[in-house]
Design a protein around this ligand. Structure first.
Ligand code: BMA
Length: 382
């Protein structure tokens, strides 16, 4: 009798330890040599994701907002809530051509300082890259067929592409914390690839070419440039209704840590748009399921309603679509304000005095949403 109890205990311990091992294995970054801080970030994002809470992010939050630029300590979200976002999005388009500032005129020197500031405050950092076409030097929004084919190994523009990657790597390498450690980055290259507007997009690139582009980039940054501070983000558009469609261009579990999608409410729908809410919830259900099965992080990698024309958008359209879902973060796009060249106003988070500001405070106070003060206590990097 006693013997059989002992056996049961042994067998249970064995299975429990196998289970625990499996859990921790699935929480390791795709880069086996990821730095300690990067490993910890991934582990903590998993904890957040399974808790039912999620980080709130904002693109370019510390650099500018509607009607202001480069004011130390300011952000539009802070003006309203007294707190900063928990996740900071930045954009490095034009680093690849050696420019001193990105395509939205943010100087890279300033960006580096803002990234450091966000990191030192305990926030997470994500970086996207609207790079110019290595084929013809046109913007990201060039859809000349064959561009990706031309940049892959053996292609006529491969060297130009690797020179671009050298510049990207140089900037990422320059991101260091106080103790000289590399700042972990959720790196999101070649996003919205299921859409047809970028040179790496579905109009001009086959799924196989896309996978090779992503895989080559990861291999180059990791093995050739020695970068080990990156978590890689696979970020589609919101035009999928099945797992199969979502994964059509997925480059592989060994090169991806986070999976998500970008989604925007049509700005001409200046009211509660239930079709949008349904789309977000549906896409997220798919991504959540795939991410859980693969042991990856799920996220809404970009979102917004330009000029936030529906006053209750935050607690209704967003919070309700995310309700009960397992995701680690959502990133709202930038508060550009007046874009002089285009003569249009663009912002995706409210600012002081905006009609949706009160609702944003309610959104801030929801138990699910995490902003800077709360995330600092969570020690993302420990
Ligand atoms: C777009 C807009 C553009 C910007 C680009 C890259 O969605 O905000 O104005 O140049 O993102 O940041």
């Amino acid at each position: 009798m006693q013997k059989s109890i002992l056996w049961i205990i042994y067998v249970s311990i064995f299975f429990l330890s196998c289970y625990a091992q499996r859990q921790s294995i699935s929480y390791l970054p795709s880069d086996m040599n990821a730095t300690k801080e990067t490993k910890n970030l991934l582990k903590n994002l998993h904890t957040i994701q399974s808790s039912g809470q999620y980080l709130i992010g904002h693109q370019d939050a510390l650099a500018y907002g509607v009607n202001w630029k480069y004011e130390k300590g300011r952000s539009d979200i802070k003006d309203i809530t007294g707190d900063n976002p928990a996740l900071y999005g930045w954009e490095i388009g034009h680093i690849e051509k050696g420019s001193a500032m990105n395509l939205d005129s943010v100087p890279f020197d300033k960006m580096r300082d803002f990234i450091r500031q966000g990191y030192e405050q305990g926030g997470a950092i994500t970086i996207s890259w609207h790079g110019i076409s290595p084929l013809n030097g046109a913007s990201s929004w060039d859809v000349t067929p064959g561009t990706v084919f031309a940049v892959l190994p053996g292609g006529p523009k491969h060297k130009i592409f690797t020179e671009q990657l050298d510049k990207v790597a140089g900037f990422l390498q320059s991101l260091k914390g106080k103790n000289g450690e590399q700042i972990p980055v959720l790196f999101r290259p070649f996003h919205e690839m299921t859409g047809g507007w970028f040179w790496w997009g579905a109009t001009s690139t086959s799924p196989e070419e896309y996978k090779q582009l992503f895989r080559f980039t990861v291999d180059y940054l990791k093995n050739k440039k020695g970068l080990h501070q990156l978590l890689y983000v696979y970020s589609t558009s919101d035009n999928f209704t099945s797992e199969l469609q979502f994964l059509e261009r997925y480059p592989g579990d060994d090169v991806v840590d986070v999976m998500g999608f970008d989604t925007y409410q049509d700005a001409t729908h200046t009211y509660r748009d239930e079709a949008f809410e349904h789309r977000v919830a549906q896409c997220l259900s798919i991504v959540e399921k795939v991410a859980q099965a693969k042991g990856k992080i799920a996220a809404v990698t970009e979102a917004g309603l330009n000029r936030v024309s529906y006053d209750k958008w935050w607690t209704t359209s967003i919070a309700k679509s995310l309700q009960g879902k397992k995701l680690a973060y959502i990133l709202f796009w930038r508060n550009a304000g007046l874009k002089v060249k285009e003569n249009e106003v663009e912002y995706f988070a409210p600012y002081k005095g905006h009609a949706s500001a009160a609702d944003f405070v309610d959104f801030y106070n929801l138990s699910q949403t995490i902003f800077q003060k709360e995330v600092s206590k969570m020690n993302l990097y420990k």
